[in-house]
Design a protein around this ligand. Structure first.
Ligand code: CDP
Ligand code: MG
Length: 735
């Protein structure tokens, strides 16, 4: 009877079989036959006994059990089928033909430089080949580093599917504040920054048999530092295999750096790409991108579109405009599926870009630079390249780091265009002129190490024992400007992480435990003194989540602003407001409802809570007690100032602010709770350059605190301002 009931229910279940790709007709047949067998054999019996059977509870239960078992079987068969499909796909990748040759090369050499077009299978296949070839025996892992979090996560997800295992088991990933690995993990995708931090725990990377530094051409700061470290470890550990993989052709440089390591080339397939330029410069590249997308959609043959934008904000703007315009066109055009992809996009949505486009529809992927080489999206035939990306720049003289929208390099433009010619001939629409390409774009992007603040990396290197002299002798592929190292050491000295002899102090050692910028780490370490570690880690977590905590829907801006200002009552400043948000949310038992009511992004809050939990764990590791001191706002502010005193700015006569130690004019960002308050002296979390140089996350401080907390940095005349006559003279300056 059970079988009979199951058979009867099969009708609704067996549909699931039909979702399995065509190639698995035999599976489908089996399902259909099974169904037929059941029904032919049992139909008569079932008709006669239906009522009584169903009334019997035992049978009902048996039926439910059977149904459950059946569903599980379907799921299993489905994933088996999926694996078979994936296996076929694996064999079609360009790298597949070189599998044995590659494994032989790894066997013969300790270090290999691998070069292959994006999409040839380097990232997803190489770790699997090595695993299949026995490199993960004896509990050792294969590490594969990625410059971007999203890439690490999505590639790990893909490889776990290909291997038919659960993500986080045999295949996992590790990114800052999120470790998705387990005892079982043998293939570990991770950001380059995370591998760098692993050196702290295991200087010889003992748990790894192979380290693959992937996307080496990106030359991120962490990758460049890793080069120096892994090269050293490879000398100490002859059993360690080192793979440096890159999507561009300047492999000689890598090979030269790694003592003439052999270069393994994977010939890519590439179809011709037709490149079109605009006749005259575009005034607004976002508009131009929207118009071009719609034109392609209306006039060009099937194929998906990839648009390169500079960041989340631009992507959201373009997404909105596109949605609006498409709605306006109604049924006149085919369906356009819009898929954004950027680092902070929730994981569920990230997966959407890889879903095949349904027949008759067209997909448009709005991506940051991440789609340039780290992610391969199948089916792209058209690329729209406005010619910009967000790039960090750093001025070692002022110590100011900014993220600026900058023209891309020629090399980037070529990579972007190449994305359209992977599966067939493609087209690339450059939203700039041919003249501009030839004359305005640099040939290559300079490595990040030459244009960034090095304080964090220098602190990490110090805690790895690469101090002072050794640091100056460190083998950089392209050395950073000498000023930048000096500036980093200076900051670390000012924060108390280094002493006068250039040695790491206890404070510095503790700071290095936190995967944060040194100023934030210092703020946390200082919270011990002010007995407010509980509040400070909440603030640090909120600051780490970034600027998208509050949202402002266009039609409800006033409501949203009012909700936000509630957390600012008493002009406590943006840091304490963050704390208020976090604590209020906690009081509602982390309610999502509460977030909606207050125009706060639930997702960001959950992320902040995760980060906070981890920071609490790290506090324990550096033996700082978790103490709350919520009534003493001054103590909390002083603790923040202990890390951020270099970021002090005072009000000037003309109403703008000037950084206390630098001749630089700055403004309070309009989103700050203090924008209307205009305090005399403030500290800020960061500077952002838009139309002006804005301070974001601002808190009022007292002048005497600067002398109390950083007497080595500020002198009396720095804080005594001619414009602030009202400041009580000599208040507490005796410290
Ligand atoms: O690293 P490389 O650029 O050489 O290629 P890959 O990332 O290993 O990608 C090989 C293939 O895997 C791509 O062509 C995609 O079809 C597929 N892939 C995917 O479907 N989803 C991912 N998250 C990553 C790769
Ligand atoms: Mg790759």
């Amino acid at each position: 009877i059970c079988n009979l009931l199951v058979a009867n229910k099969l009708d609704e279940n067996h549909n699931e079989y039909y979702r399995i790709p065509e190639a698995f007709d035999d599976l489908k047949c089996a399902a259909v036959n099974q169904e037929k067998r059941f029904s032919v054999a049992t139909q008569g019996y079932y008709d006669n006994h239906k009522e009584e059977a169903w009334e019997d509870n035992q049978i009902k239960k048996a039926f439910c059990d059977k149904k459950f078992e059946f569903k599980r079987e379907i799921t299993l068969e489905k994933s088996r089928a999926k694996r078979l499909v994936l296996n076929e796909e694996r064999k079609k990748l360009p790298i597949y033909a070189f599998r044995d040759e590659f494994l032989q090369a790894v066997n013969d050499h300790q270090i290999i430089v691998i070069v292959g077009e994006t999409g040839s299978g380097k990232t997803t296949q190489i770790p699997q080949y090595l695993h299949e070839d026995g490199y993960t025996k004896h509990g050792r892992m294969i590490a594969c580093t990625q410059p971007r979090r999203v890439a690490a996560m999505s590639v790990a997800a893909r490889v776990s599917q290909e291997m038919g295992v659960k993500l986080g088991h045999e295949v996992g990933y590790s990114i800052r504040f999120e470790d998705c690995t387990s005892e079982k993990t043998v293939v570990k995708y991770m950001t380059d920054g995370m591998l760098l931090r692993e050196f702290l725990a295991q200087p010889e990377l003992d748990s790894y048999s192979v380290v693959m530094v992937d996307e080496a051409h990106e030359r991120t700061l962490s990758t460049d530092i890793l080069f120096g470290l892994v090269k050293d470890v490879a000398r100490a550990r002859p059993d360690l295999k080192l793979l440096i993989s890159s999507a561009t052709l300047d492999a000689e440089k890598f090979s030269n750096y790694f003592d003439l390591a052999p270069i393994f080339k994977i010939p890519g397939r590439r179809y011709p790409v037709e490149i079109q330029y605009t006749k005259s410069p575009e005034a607004n590249y976002l508009d131009a991108a929207v118009v071009t997308t719609l034109q392609i959609h209306a006039t060009q043959s099937p194929g998906d579109i990839l648009v390169f934008l500079t960041g989340q904000e631009e992507i959201e703007t373009v997404e909105q405009i596109l949605k609006h315009r498409v709605r306006g066109l109604g049924t006149k055009i085919a369906e356009l599926i819009i898929c954004p992809i950027y680092a902070n996009l929730p994981t569920e949505l990230q997966a959407k870009i890889f879903e095949p486009t349904p027949e008759g529809a067209r997909k448009v992927v709005l991506a940051t630079n991440i789609a340039e080489t780290s992610l391969t999206i199948d089916g792209i035939k058209y690329v729209i390249d406005p010619g910009f990306c967000k790039m960090k720049t750093y001025n070692p003289r002022t110590g100011i780091e900014s993220l600026l929208v900058t023209p891309i390099s020629k090399a980037s433009a070529m990579q972007r265009a190449g994305r359209s010619g992977r599966t067939g001939p493609g087209k690339c629409f450059r939203l700039y002129t041919a003249y501009s390409f030839q004359n305005d774009l640099d040939d290559n992007t300079s490595p990040e190490i030459q244009r960034t603040n090095l304080a964090n990396v220098v602190l990490t290197l110090y805690s790895l024992g690469i101090e002072h002299e050794k640091l100056l002798r460190f083998e950089f592929m392209d050395p950073p400007p000498a000023d930048a190292i000096k500036k980093a050491m200076e900051l670390l000295y000012n924060l108390g992480a280094l002493n006068g002899q250039g040695k790491l102090t206890k404070v510095g050692r503790r700071m290095a435990e936190f995967p944060l910028d040194p100023m934030l780490s210092k703020m946390i370490v200082a919270s011990e003194k002010y007995k407010c570690s509980d509040e400070i880690i909440s603030i640090a977590a909120m600051l780490s989540v970034g600027n998208s905590i509050f949202y402002r829907p266009k039609d409800k801006q006033v409501h949203a602003d009012n909700a936000r200002l509630n957390f600012h009552s008493g002009d406590v400043g943006d840091h304490i407001a963050y704390l208020n948000v976090f604590n209020s949310w906690k009081e509602t038992n982390y309610s999502s409802e509460w977030c909606y009511e207050n125009y706060i992004q639930v997702r960001c809050m959950k992320h902040a809570r995760d980060i906070r939990d981890q920071l609490a764990g790290l506090l324990e590791r550096v033996e700082i007690e978790l103490i709350s001191n919520s009534n003493d706002l001054d103590a909390i502010k002083k603790s923040i100032l202990s890390g951020f005193f270099p970021h002090a700015a005072k009000l000037q006569k003309n109403g703008t602010y000037g950084r206390v130690k630098h001749l630089q004019t700055v403004h309070i960002h309009p989103s700050s709770g203090l924008a209307e308050v205009v305090p005399r002296l403030v500290l800020y979390h960061e500077l952002v350059l838009t139309t002006k140089e804005y301070m974001r996350q601002v808190t009022e401080i007292k002048p005497e605190w600067l002398l109390e907390i950083a007497p080595h940095y500020y002198q009396l005349n720095d804080v005594e301002d001619s414009s602030s006559k009202k400041m009580p003279r000599g208040c507490g300056l005796a410290h």
